[in-house]
Design a protein around this ligand. Structure first.
Ligand code: ATP
Ligand code: MG
Length: 394
């Protein structure tokens, strides 16, 4: 946004007045050149992290080891990173150390793709050492330097290339694609967390189907952790769910025996996401068989029901669709939304039955809950009392 750029310009001007070099770099410049709104704006500078911290009043340490300090300028946080090169790569994933350097050129050279190696000064003039603007215009993803060398250094870059095809709708330049094909097995050196993050970014993208096609074409699909059906043809039909819960669940549902817990374990997903995936698998499998019953609509969250409806249509093309608004309407028209909405409490029951607390309470409450849900009795203390005492006598 304009505010972010203005804050960035002020930071660059401050650094330059003190004799340091400073420019915009990375994704923000790429997005600016292609007339897109940038996510977050990054600045690279010759000033060392400690110097940046003294120069600006409000800073946050985020990655001092990598030379990154967040500067908060006019309430806008901007990442300021010292020019650096990466040290030796010994394990195909992370440099053993980073070296701070004085030249911007060296900093740009270590970046992954030509479109990501652009820099821009405070007057919006572009510094383009590797013909990144030409590649951007042609929609080409090309490594800076020899692709094989760059993928051997850090194998995650291969998956980043795929992710960018989905985000930008770009093509991977042939030489770069061939290098991915031949280095694909090096993906095993990359941590699962970084792989998961890239997959999720790809799934949130506009051209997720293109990303999935590239994942197969590049041979990377087979190198992903576990034995999940990333290569399934249906991936290209999924269109635009733009939601990681749906994509993880879709992946499971393409398995012969869907197993959300196994998926969550292998990709180190959060406990919360795992639970949602398992719920969504269940609801979608129900939906394959039939329309949702009152009990289903009561039992599952609205979010799960809606996504199950959408997923069932993609996975099983012969499903009789139910309008999404209808699900919402049915959910809202239930007599109660949860057991907490019941107009009776355990206390009431103990009085009515003249019995002390015990497991029987939960049983009776569940009986009442179901009766109210199915409109056998209205949710009113007097009516419920009359009904339950009568039920227990018969
Ligand atoms: P996004 O829109 O997802 O933020 P981005 O290009 O800004 O895209 P980041 O992961 O934020 O991606 O990285 C910022 C910049 O750092 C990149 O544009 C690139 O120049 C460089 N970079 C990031 N990861 C790598 C890597 N694995 N190897 C080389 N350079 C990298
Ligand atoms: Mg970024």
């Amino acid at each position: 946004t304009t505010e972010q750029w203005q804050a960035g310009i002020r930071i660059i001007e401050t650094l330059k007045k003190l004799g340091y070099e400073a420019v915009f770099v990375g994704g923000a410049v790429r997005d600016f050149v292609s007339h897109k709104e940038a996510n977050d704006i990054d600045i690279a500078t010759s000033a060392l992290p400690d110097e940046v911290k003294t120069i600006f009043k409000r800073t946050v340490d985020v990655g001092l080891a990598h030379g990154t300090v967040v500067v908060i300028e006019n309430r806008v946080p901007i990442e300021v990173t010292t020019f650096r090169t990466d040290g030796e790569y010994t394990d195909h994933r992370r440099p053993t150390d980073v070296k701070f350097v004085l030249s911007l050129d060296d900093d740009l050279k270590r970046r992954d793709f030509t479109m990501n190696a652009l820099a821009m000064n405070e007057s919006f003039e572009i510094i383009d050492l590797f013909e990144g603007q030409r590649d951007l215009k042609n929609g080409l993803i090309r490594t800076v330097g020899e692709p094989i060398d760059r993928f051997k250094e850090d194998a995650l870059r291969m998956l980043r290339a795929i992710r960018f095809t989905a985000q930008l709708g770009f093509t991977i330049e042939l030489n770069t694609l061939n290098a991915i094909k031949s280095c694909a097995s090096d993906l095993s050196y990359v941590s699962v967390e970084r792989i998961t993050a890239e997959l999720e970014k790809m799934w949130m993208s506009t051209n997720l189907d293109q990303g999935m096609i590239y994942l197969v074409k590049s041979n990377l699909a087979k190198q992903l952790p576990g034995d999940f059906p990333f290569t399934h043809k249906k991936w290209t039909q999924i269109g635009n769910p733009k939601n990681v819960l749906m994509c993880w669940t879709f992946l499971c549902l393409l398995q012969e025996t869907p197993d959300g817990s196994e998926l969550a374990r292998i990709f180190k997903l959060s406990k919360d996401l795992k639970q949602q995936i398992n719920q969504l698998i269940k609801a979608t499998q129900i939906r394959y068989e039939r329309l949702f019953s009152i009990d289903d609509i009561y039992h599952f969250d609205k979010n799960i029901l809606i996504h199950a409806e959408l997923l069932s249509r993609v996975v099983q093309s012969d499903i009789q669709p139910m309008p999404i608004e209808e699900i919402d309407k049915r959910k809202l028209s239930l007599p109660i939304q949860s057991i907490r909405d019941l107009e009776v409490s355990g206390q009431d029951l103990m009085e009515w039955f003249n019995k002390p607390s015990g497991p029987w309470l939960k049983e009776i409450l569940t009986q009442i809950e179901l009766a109210v849900l199915h409109q056998k009795v209205v949710n009113n203390p007097t009516k419920i009392k009359e009904w339950i005492l009568n039920e227990s006598n018969s």
